[in-house]
Design a protein around this ligand. Structure first.
Ligand SMILES: Cc1ncc(COP(=O)(O)O)c(C=O)c1O
Length: 399
């Protein structure tokens, strides 16, 4: 069987095309060596070897870059020092005078980059509700060069029709960028749906252990890959060799981790839905979720991330103070469950008025489900909700 026909889970382990031998040729080591070398000796006066300086290319990083290109089905993979470095570098493909159309509920850091940085380079933007293709189409301008999608979006898990947006973009001569952090290549392949660049905060599910900050980009074609590699080398926000190694190791277990966490997420969602104190649960796997039919069409799983709404800030506070197992922290996609409060964490960079427009209210909590036993997580959530109930009883008594 040809290696490119292997299932994803197999490709997570055996990674890049040049890692097909399953071991490092010089020694037989099953893991890729960490090449801790900033520079490389050149054998010949006239010709340079494959590597010269680690900002421009490093053999450990190369294996990672080939691996993610292989997994996303793209021509070129590039590894950056953070998800934001990958996203910023992709936006640097634009020129002064260009315009970008952006999904209105993007990650807070991407919102900050777009609203506070791109303007300095005379790159204009419009936020649109990308779940609505007509609205998206109407917002395209003559100078629009990129349509930027997050699906599912952060934190309310809205779904954008990636194929529909990519078709619109092509018809108007624009590129489509998709942040695939939440789904990973296990569940969603935006390049197959017509996107030109896929972006990842590899800090999350891809690495999976809350131990590194990393970003990845994959381009559909070589030409875009060359241009983005030039930006990567010019800005220099590359991923170091040790972190590249760690990310390669994380990717190996992605299939097992994300499937297990997604199964647990569904169980937790079912529990939360039944609870009288939970006003709303957001999860693209729910059949009544507005984006469910599109998500089912373009993705093979619903993921390990869910959000739910309690009555108000006091209820959210009581829940957070009582919960025992999930860490209360920014970030997501790790072996430990992570509970976060979008209003002051992932979306702190967004003004309150903008948050309200996106449904990021004071009672909203986001849970990234880890690998703890789902029964323990549900029991923990239940006792935290009981604490919320007690605070609400106190409020009604004092009224
Ligand atoms: C969807 C999404 N995209 C991008 C980023 C930015 O990635 P990083 O924190 O690795 O720079 C994040 C971080 O939380 C994210 O959640």
């Amino acid at each position: 069987m040809r290696p490119e026909n292997d299932q994803l889970e197999t490709r997570f382990i055996h990674g890049s095309a040049n890692n097909r031998s399953h071991h490092e040729p010089a020694t037989g080591a099953v893991n890729v060596p960490i090449y801790l070398s900033s520079t490389f000796h050149q054998e010949s006066f006239d010709t340079m070897g494959p590597y010269d300086y680690s900002r421009s290319g490093n053999p450990t990083r190369q294996v990672l870059e080939d691996t993610i290109a292989n997994l996303e089905g793209g021509a070129r993979g590039l590894a950056f020092s953070s998800g934001m470095a990958a996203i910023s570098s992709a936006f640097m493909l634009l020129s002064a005078g260009d315009h970008v159309l952006v999904s209105k509920d993007v990650y807070g850091g991407t919102f900050r980059l777009i609203t506070e940085m791109l303007g300095k380079y005379n790159i204009d933007h419009t936020f649109v509700n990308m779940t609505d293709l007509n609205e998206t189409s109407r917002a395209i301008q003559s100078n629009t060069k990129v349509i930027y999608v997050e699906s599912p979006s952060n934190p309310c898990l809205n779904i954008t029709d990636i194929e529909g947006v990519a078709k619109l973009a092509k018809a108007h001569g624009c590129l489509t960028f998709v942040d695939n952090t939440f789904m990973t290549p296990l569940y969603q392949n935006p390049l197959e749906l017509g996107a030109d660049i896929v972006l990842h905060s590899a800090t999350k599910f891809l690495s999976g252990h809350s131990d590194i900050i990393a970003g990845l980009a994959v381009t559909k074609n070589e030409e875009l890959g060359e241009r983005l590699a030039f930006i990567q080398n010019s800005f220099g926000s590359i991923l170091g060799a040790q972190d590249s190694y760690q990310l390669i190791q994380g990717i190996k277990t992605l299939g097992a981790r994300l499937k297990q966490s997604s199964d647990s997420a569904l169980k937790i969602v079912s529990h939360l839905q039944e609870h009288s104190l939970v006003e709303e649960v957001y999860y693209p796997g729910l059949s009544h979720h507005a984006g469910h039919p599109i998500h089912r069409r373009q993705s093979t799983g619903a993921g390990a991330l869910l959000s739910f709404r309690l009555a108000d800030k006091e209820a959210a506070k009581a829940f957070v103070e009582q919960i025992r197992l999930p860490v209360f922290a920014v970030s997501l996609g790790a072996v430990e469950s992570i509970l976060s409060y979008p209003a002051t964490m992932s979306h702190a960079a967004m003004p309150e008025k903008e948050r309200a427009k996106r449904g990021i209210t004071d009672g909203l909590l986001r849970l990234s489900v880890g690998l703890e036993h789902p029964g323990d997580l549900i029991e923990d959530i239940e006792q935290a909700l009981q604490a919320v109930a007690r605070t609400r009883q106190k409020v009604s008594v004092s009224l």
